[in-house]
Design a protein around this ligand. Structure first.
Ligand code: NI
Length: 168
């Protein structure tokens, strides 16, 4: 496995609509392994394939909890959303910034796992936020596109972000 450089704005790959994955082969497994390693290296909660320059509908998430397992999402889709809340968000592809956005309180996601088996995840809190954030990446959307107001975007230093939520 290898750590891959993370693409940042204005890299056009972040703006492409990612393609559906037709099935899992060794190259997809390798990509997912590299994405997980890259996510850990960057201390991110999640990472989407376009962030490593690959326009495919794949994302990985790992909650910042002890012994949390990685969640691998192939072709994920949000099938249900409920509630609304205002929260701060960051993104590894927008380094040095944080902004306020609206996210659902809970979401249900349909996806395929590493064996291409269909899975459903119902989540709230941080996991719901991460799922929405990563799935948006696959549509070419970043949180800075839907800030509650332009002036809610602020500069943050690496030290500020250490204990803060950073979806990816
Ligand atoms: Ni992101």
């Amino acid at each position: 496995m290898a750590v891959i450089p993370i693409r940042t704005l204005p890299d056009p790959v972040l703006r492409q609509k990612a393609k559906k994955v037709p099935g899992v082969d060794p190259s997809i497994r390798k990509l997912i392994g590299n994405m997980i390693e890259t996510m850990y290296e960057a201390n991110g909660v999640g990472l989407a394939a376009p962030q490593v320059g690959v326009s495919l509908r794949i994302a990985v998430i790992c909650m910042p909890e002890e012994e949390a397992e990685e969640i691998i999402l192939i072709n994920p889709e949000i099938i249900k959303k409920a509630g609304e809340r205002e929260i701060e968000e960051r993104c590894l592809s927008v380094p040095g910034y944080a902004g306020m956005i609206k996210r659902a309180v809970s979401v249900t996601v349909k996806a395929r796992d590493i064996n291409f088996k269909e899975i459903r995840i119902k989540a709230d809190g941080l996991l719901a936020q991460a799922l929405e954030h990563e799935i948006e990446h696959l549509q070419g959307v970043l949180y800075v596109d839907h800030l509650v107001s332009p002036d809610s975007l602020k500069k943050v230093t690496a030290a500020d972000s250490e204990n803060e939520f950073q979806p990816d």
